[in-house]
Design a protein around this ligand. Structure first.
Ligand SMILES: N[C@@H](CCC(=O)N[C@@H](CS)C(=O)NCC(=O)O)C(=O)O
Length: 232
């Protein structure tokens, strides 16, 4: 049964699942919805009204980490480590990645410099922990690409875009392993194919629409001056 993924172009959580679909070369369909104006069928389908949702026949699976576990169990080769203790640790770090995505999102939309700095520091402090466990040779666990890599690539891609505006969002001197890991992940074909080609432009347009503190660093001449603030 060909899985169908319900997506929104800018969603990093959907990208986690697309990376696994692409890496495993699974035949899948993808349907994009507009989260600002979600269709009725989506609101019926998605219990949390969120993407990603994976439809497999009449079955509906939601939550990116759960979708990736399903894909990993169903389509060989397995991407999680074989040893149960390592698998459990990888799952813990995938959860941690979701918390980092939360900080990255907040720092990209908060309106004051103080709030921006707060979430930047939250993220840096979390990265102090992550730095100690990332091998980056070239992947999180070492040589094998695994679900935890798919869990972080969308975050690291967005941080790369944000750091192009405010360099100290990423700190290679403080987090050298994370920096190397980011560069290794962003080169992968599955990661490049996990989003629409115009993602960077769409991401900056999204920042502009949110009008957080960070838009101070965008080239204002490229965006409409009359802004209708939108959350999507
Ligand atoms: N914990 C969820 C988070 C998914 C999520 O936050 N999706 C956002 C888009 S990136 C969404 O659908 N937001 C719509 C809403 O919350 O109403 C996962 O890992 O799949």
């Amino acid at each position: 049964m060909k899985p169908k993924l319900i997506s929104f172009t800018l969603c990093p959580f959907v990208q986690r699942a697309v990376i696994v679909l692409e890496h495993k070369k699974i035949d899948y369909d993808i349907v994009y919805i507009d989260l600002a104006d979600p269709p009725a069928w989506f609101l019926d389908l998605s219990p949390l009204k969120q993407v990603p949702v994976l439809q497999v026949g009449e079955h509906v699976i939601f939550e990116s980490a759960v979708i990736n576990e399903y894909l990993d169990e169903t389509y060989p080769p397995p991407l999680h480590p074989r040893e149960s203790i390592l698998r459990a640790k990888n799952r813990s770090w995938i959860e941690f990645g979701s918390a980092c995505l939360g900080d990255a999102f907040q720092l990209s939309i908060k309106e004051t410099e103080q709030e921006f700095i707060h979430f930047r520091d939250e993220l840096q402090n979390k990265f102090d922990h992550l730095e100690k466990v990332v091998r980056a040779t070239p992947f999180f666990n070492g040589t094998a690409f695994s679900l935890v890599d798919a869990g972080y690539a969308p975050l690291l891609q967005r941080l790369d875009y944000l750091a192009a505006l405010v360099p100290d969002i990423l700190n290679p001197a403080r987090h050298p392993n994370i920096n190397t890991w980011k560069n290794n992940l962003l080169k992968l074909e599955a990661v490049r194919k996990s989003c629409v080609p115009e993602i960077k432009t769409l991401y900056y347009e999204y920042l502009w629409k949110r009008q957080g503190y960070i838009v101070k660093f965008l080239d204002k001449s490229r965006y409409p001056q009359a802004v209708t603030k939108s959350i999507y």
